[in-house]
Design a protein around this ligand. Structure first.
Ligand code: 3PG
Length: 400
């Protein structure tokens, strides 16, 4: 982007592909981290006199307009953060978008409606995606890719559009790639990885990679029960991916061979039911040993012994990568495991990277100061796929 700014962008329409896919409670944004992350790029372009067209997806609407997934709240928040008026187009490539972009003054900023209201955005068919990219291209003279959280998606606005316009990477993408490269190229040891989140199937690729790289892997979140089951323990009614058990067993065996330490919880918080996330009514969980979860109970967070254990396993780290919460942190009774891991990262002198939409949101929702971490990535799947060493369509498209 610096080269682009040096060439001059005044009067040019610059399409910024951001990732404004923020968590919403109705129309209230519960974590605006992803919007704040794109502000430096949008501001630099606007200050240089560009007519900035910001585009993003939000959620997973079905290729047609759906008010529940409107970007209007995100556009309003972007305006607040910029301290400037931000125009909003109620469609993506229709009359509203065309008129809104045509009405931009030099230095003006507009947000167009959710890209995924159009089936062409996510289509597997190259021609359909290409046709939508053509329509997006008509809105701009230059493309800036800055939606790091979406670079692993081969979508029209991420992959096909940059091929149609002069293009550059924004500040956020440059920062994210710079940090994640440190984890793949010259990692300071011991390299300790904390993995959580609900599904082990989402993490298989990265575990495969980490077995070559990491010194220690701590596991929490819903995925831990597949690990416990793979070790022969009963997990009651906890989340379980039965079909992944053989894969997990193979990983555990490979970790042993390679000397990678896999650490599983010693105890867990259990309840007979999933907590009420609307009322957040007290759940009164019990603490049980992780190898004897009663048949009618589900595990919803790591327990107090495990919090201590994981903090001690993080204390001597040189580098920490953390992806995925340790429990259902949105409920106060199940937030302590995630809080303990966040606190251990804050207390650690290691270079700490928080990757993933949910863990990044958890850190902020639990009230931690972002500056206490080395880096908080805006990418969930994107950061994992980067670490796996995959070619990411949205980065490949910007590379030339
Ligand atoms: C994310 O939240 O990880 C990104 O915004 C990508 O969203 P997606 O998984 O719906 O493509």
């Amino acid at each position: 982007i610096d080269e682009l700014l040096a060439e001059g962008v005044s009067g040019k329409r610059v399409f910024v592909r951001a990732d404004l896919n923020v968590p919403l409670d109705g129309t209230t944004i519960t974590d605006d981290g992803r919007i704040r992350a794109v502000v430096p790029t949008v501001k630099a372009l606007a200050d240089a006199g560009a007519r900035v067209v910001v585009a993003s997806h939000l959620g997973r609407p079905k290729g047609a307009p759906d008010p529940a997934f409107s970007l209007a709240p995100a556009a309003a928040r972007l305006g607040e953060l910029l301290g400037a008026e931000v125009a909003f187009a109620t469609d993506t490539v229709g009359d509203s978008a065309t008129a809104t972009v045509a009405g931009l003054a030099d230095g003006g900023v507009a947000v167009i409606e959710n890209l995924r209201f159009n089936a062409g955005e996510t289509s597997k068919d190259d021609a359909e995606r290409g046709a939508f990219a053509d329509r997006l291209a008509a809105l701009a003279d230059v493309y800036v890719g800055d939606g790091f959280g979406a670079v692993h998606r081969k979508h029209a606005s991420v992959f096909d559009l940059p091929a149609r316009l002069p293009h550059a990477a924004g500040y956020l993408i440059a920062t994210e790639v710079g940090v994640l490269r440190k984890l793949t190229d010259d990692v300071r040891r011991p390299y300790v990885v904390v993995l959580g989140g609900s599904k082990v199937s989402d993490k298989l690729g990265v575990i495969d990679h980490l077995l070559e790289k990491a010194d220690r892997i701590l596991v929490g979140g819903g995925m831990v029960f597949t690990f416990l089951k793979a070790q022969g323990h009963e997990v009651g009614t906890s989340l379980l991916q039965e079909d992944q058990i053989p894969v997990v067993q193979e990983y555990l065996a490979r970790a042993k061979e390679r000397g990678v330490e896999f650490v599983l919880p010693a105890d867990v918080l259990v309840s007979s039911e999933f907590p009420d996330m609307k009322t957040k009514a007290p759940a009164h969980p019990d603490t049980v040993s992780a190898d004897v979860i009663p048949a009618d109970r589900m595990g919803l967070d790591i327990g107090p012994e495990t919090r201590k254990l994981y903090a001690s396993k993080l204390a001597d780290a040189g580098t920490v990568f953390w992806n995925g919460p340790m429990g259902v942190f949105e409920h106060p009774d199940y937030a302590e495991g995630t809080r303990a891991v966040a606190q251990a990262l804050v207390d650690s002198p290691a270079f700490t990277v928080v990757g993933g939409g949910d863990s990044a949101a958890a850190v902020r929702i639990l009230g931690f100061d972002e500056k206490a971490f080395g880096h908080i990535s805006t990418g969930g799947g994107a950061s994992l796929e980067y670490l796996e060493g995959k070619t990411l369509p949205g980065l490949a498209a910007l590379e030339d």
